[in-house]
Design a protein around this ligand. Structure first.
Ligand SMILES: Nc1ncnc2c1ncn2[C@@H]1O[C@H](COP(=O)(O)OP(=O)(O)OP(=O)(O)O)[C@@H](O)[C@H]1O
Ligand SMILES: [Mg+2]
Length: 279
């Protein structure tokens, strides 16, 4: 889709994005003024973009247009390919509640994480349009790019002292990072589980010293390859000096320790880990 978009399609997409800061539904006439396109040209471009599900339209409260997630993703991909940090998009490798991950190619193999936060609340908000501010900011655009930014910040602060994917680039709601050629812990049987557990607890400790508590740590957010393990999925991190940091750290540690106990029979006292991390 990114390859097939024409210059004028992209002009319209950018204009809708810009104007969504001021209008919940960007009026046709405002788009015309902004792009300088004729009525027929603009109709044609909007039609193409809607046929590709990059925009949607509404006739109430007035005829207007809005970006949807795939349109926002497309703008991010255009920027990333323009800069050369991404040259190819491969297949989907993960889908969670608030993100979709694809493999891709940049200078080397990369993972592209498309953050998609606020979709559900956005849809309910749309149904109850009365409750939205009239010239509304778009909550899902804000929430998704914020989530991506937060994850990227954690990666840049932690890499290379903690085993995390190498942060490569960020645009809008998309984080580009190095591709880890491995599996999440729930999907593999470790040969040396004790060593991997030690390594994870070390990573938690170093992250804590760098001021970061993961906040969503579990076997689903640790990947292992042939050599080592890596902690992924950082958008919900909290600062180590946050009032709830201790409680959230304990939950992270418990999730990991209990998982290794259940699956490999390894016992590790949570208290011991806590004083090792905090001490
Ligand atoms: N850098 C990476 N290299 C290889 N695979 C990755 C990478 N990052 C993520 N993945 C894959 O994508 C899946 C989902 O990624 P991640 O855990 O970051 O997001 P998520 O769980 O979908 O998000 P959320 O927690 O918001 O639901 C992972 O389980 C993993 O299989
Ligand atoms: Mg995850």
């Amino acid at each position: 889709m990114v390859r097939e978009l024409q210059k004028y399609d992209i002009t319209v997409l950018h204009a809708v994005e810009r104007l969504m800061k001021r209008y919940q539904w960007v009026p046709f006439d405002i788009l015309r003024q902004n792009t300088g396109f004729s009525e027929t040209e603009l109709q044609y471009r909007l039609g193409r973009l809607m046929a590709q599900d990059l925009l949607k339209s509404s006739s109430v409260p007035y005829p207007g247009y809005q970006l949807v997630f795939s349109g926002y993703d497309t703008l991010a991909l255009l920027a990333l390919t323009g800069k050369g940090t991404v040259s190819m998009l491969g297949s989907m490798i993960g889908e969670g509640k608030e993100a979709v991950v694809y493999e891709g190619l940049g200078f080397g193999p990369v993972a592209l994480k498309f953050h998609r936060v606020g979709q559900r609340s956005f849809q309910t908000a749309r149904k109850n349009r009365d409750y939205m501010p009239e010239s509304g900011h778009c909550p899902w655009i804000f929430a998704s790019s914020y989530s991506a930014r937060k994850e990227f910040d954690a990666l840049t602060r932690l890499y290379p002292d903690v085993n995390v994917p190498v942060p490569v680039d960020i645009n809008r709601n998309v984080v580009v990072m190095s591709f880890i050629d491995g599996f999440t812990l729930n999907r593999c049987i470790l040969e040396a589980p004790g060593d991997i557990l030690e390594s994870i607890l070390d990573q938690i400790t170093v992250a804590y010293r760098h001021g970061i508590v993961h906040g969503d740590l579990s076997e689903y957010n640790v990947m292992a390859d042939a050599r080592d393990c890596y902690i992924i999925d950082w958008p919900q991190w909290i600062p180590s000096d946050h009032p709830n940091a201790g409680e959230i750290l304990r939950r992270d540690v418990e999730n990991i320790v209990m998982y290794f106990h259940r699956k490999y029979g390894i016992r590790y006292p949570v208290e011991e880990v806590m004083s090792r991390v905090i001490g």
